[in-house]
Design a protein around this ligand. Structure first.
Ligand SMILES: [Ca+2]
Length: 447
C-alpha cells in the first residue's frame, strides 16, 4: 500500500504529517457533463473508499443529496472548487466513521441538517478538511451539537482554508463541536455569522488539544441566557492544550452582560489557554470579551483587547479563573479599564475597520500612530495574512503587522508626507508609481 504524506503548515501543526492511504479503486463522479454528476454517481464512486474526483464538464455543479454518505474506508474526495453538495435542509453530507483517514477538499457543503453535525459527523477518524465552504448547515433538536461539524471518540481534525458561514446549532457549537478526547488544529479558518443556542457561537471545544492560527471570527453569537463564548467556548472534559494565535475576533456577541461570559472567547474547565498576537474588537453583550472561570488561566501575549461599549469589561473572571499578562498586550475601552490586568496599558489601539488587507481573511489594520506598531518582541513568524514579521524594528501587537510608512516629498523645497497603512499590493503599486516618477523613497520606520 502506497502512502501519500502531505505536510501541513509547520507553524500550525509543528512536525505533524498527515498521511492518506488512497490505495483502493479510485472513483470518478460523472462522465463529463453536469447532468452526469448526480447522487447515484457519487454513491457509486464512494464504494470502497479511495480517491474520488469529479468529471462534470468544468463548471460549477450542485448535487442535491437525499441521504448522508456513511463512509468507513479511507477516502479522499476533491471537488476542485467546483462541486456543491446540497443537503436540502433534510440530511447531513457525511458521516466519517472508523479509525481511518479522510480528506474532503474543494467543495461547498450547504443546507445540511442533523442533530450532531449538520454537514459532517466524525467518529474516531483522522480528517483533513481543506478549501471548503460550510454554509447554512443546522444541528437541530434536543442535544444538538455542531451546526456544521461534530466530532467524537478520539477524532483528530485538521482544518485549512475553510469558511464556515451562517451555520446554526440549537445546542452548542454553531459551526463546530468537539467531544472529549478529540483534537483539532486549524489555520486560515473563517467563522462568520454562525449561531448557537448554548455555548460557542462558532466553536465549542470539549476535547484535548485545540490550536487555532491565522483565522477570523466575526458575527458569531450565542442566543440563550447563560450561553458563553460568542465565538469560542472552551470547556475541556479532561487534560487539554489550547492555543489561539494571529487571529481576529470582531463583532461576536453574547446574550447580554450577565447573560453570557465572553462575547468572543470563554474558557473554563481548569485548563490553561494561551492567546497570542490576536486582535479583539467590537465584541459585546457579555461579561468580558475574554472570560476565564472554573479555575482556568488565560494568558495573553501580544494581544489587543478593545471594546467600544461602556457596559462591557474587556476581560472577566470569576470562580477561580484568571487572566495572565504574558507581556506586550494592549487594552482599551470597556467599563473596567484595566480588566485584563493592571499592568497592561490602556490606550486606543487605533484599529481600522475590518477589511480585506490581503491574506485569506479580513483583518483590522493599524492606523498611523497606533501604539501597537513595533511594540512587540519575539512575535510569531507570520501575521494572520501570512505576512512575515517583523516589519520595521519590531513586530506589532495584534493579528496584523503594519507595513512600513512611505514618505514622499510633498513639494520642491522640503517637507514630507507620510502615507501609512497600505497593504502589500498597494505598497507595491505605489512603489512602482513613485519609481516611475523618480520619487521612489521608502524609509524605515524609526522607533
Ligand atoms: Ca512592526
Amino acid at each position: 500500500m502506497r502512502l501519500h504524506c502531505l505536510p501541513l503548515h509547520a507553524a500550525l501543526l509543528t512536525a505533524l504529517v498527515f498521511c492518506t492511504t488512497p490505495a483502493y479503486a479510485a472513483g470518478t463522479v460523472g462522465t463529463g457533463t453536469p447532468g452526469s454528476c448526480n447522487e447515484a454517481a457519487l454513491d457509486a464512486a464512494l464504494v470502497g473508499g479511495g480517491t474520488v474526483n469529479f468529471n462534470c464538464g468544468g463548471g460549477q455543479v450542485t448535487i442535491p443529496l437525499t441521504s448522508t454518505k456513511m463512509l468507513t474506508s479511507a477516502t479522499s474526495i476533491d471537488g476542485s472548487g467546483l462541486i456543491t453538495l446540497d443537503g436540502q435542509a433534510a440530511v447531513s453530507h457525511f458521516y466519517l466513521n472508523n479509525a481511518v483517514n479522510y480528506t474532503l477538499a474543494g467543495m461547498s457543503l450547504v443546507n445540511g441538517k442533523a442533530s450532531l453535525g449538520g454537514a459532517i459527523r466524525v467518529d474516531s477518524a483522522t480528517v483533513v478538511l481543506t478549501k471548503l465552504l460550510l454554509s447554512n448547515n443546522v444541528a437541530e433538536g434536543l442535544g444538538a451539537k455542531g451546526g456544521a461539524i461534530y466530532t467524537s471518540n478520539g477524532t483528530t481534525l485538521f482544518i485549512q482554508e475553510v469558511r464556515a458561514i451562517a451555520n446554526q446549532s440549537d445546542g452548542s457549537g454553531g459551526a463546530i463541536y468537539t467531544s472529549a478526547n478529540d483534537t483539532m488544529a486549524m489555520g486560515r479558518f473563517v467563522a462568520q455569522d454562525n449561531q448557537a443556542g448554548a455555548g460557542g457561537g462558532a466553536i465549542f471545544h470539549r476535547g484535548q488539544s485545540l490550536n487555532i492560527g491565522r483565522s477570523l471570527f466575526t458575527g458569531n453569537r450565542v442566543t440563550q441566557w447563560g450561553a458563553n463564548g460568542g465565538a469560542i467556548a472552551i470547556d475541556p472534559a479532561g487534560p487539554s492544550s489550547v492555543v489561539l494565535g494571529n487571529s481576529t475576533f470582531y463583532g461576536n456577541t453574547g446574550v447580554a452582560p450577565g447573560g453570557s461570559n465572553g462575547s468572543a472567547v470563554d474558557v473554563t474547565g481548569g485548563q490553561s489557554a494561551t492567546i497570542y498576537s490576536s486582535t479583539f474588537a467590537g465584541n459585546s453583550l457579555a461579561e468580558g470579551v475574554i472570560a476565564a472561570h472554573g479555575g482556568t488561566t488565560a494568558t495573553l501575549t501580544h494581544t489587543i483587547v478593545s471594546s467600544s461599549l461602556q457596559d462591557n469589561a474587556n476581560c472577566f473572571t470569576n470562580t477561580g479563573g484568571s487572566i495572565a499578562d504574558g507581556s506586550n498586550n494592549l487594552q482599551f475601552g470597556g467599563s473596567v479599564a484595566q480588566s485584563c490586568g493592571a499592568a497592561i496599558p490602556v490606550t486606543d489601539p487605533l484599529l481600522a475597520p475590518l477589511a480585506d488587507n490581503g491574506g485569506f481573511s479580513h483583518t483590522m489594520a493599524l492606523k498611523a500612530g497606533s501604539p501597537a506598531i513595533d511594540a512587540g518582541s519575539s512575535c510569531s513568524q507570520f501575521d494572520q495574512r501570512d505576512v512575515a514579521r517583523p516589519i520595521g524594528p519590531a513586530c506589532d501587537i495584534g493579528a496584523y503587522e503594519a507595513p512600513l510608512p512611505v514618505v514622499v516629498p510633498s513639494a520642491p523645497g522640503g517637507g514630507t508626507t507620510a502615507i501609512p497603512a497600505l497593504g502589500g499590493a498597494g505598497l507595491t503599486l505605489l512603489s512602482a508609481l513613485l519609481a516611475g516618477l523618480g520619487l521612489g523613497q521608502r524609509q524605515r520606520r524609526q522607533g
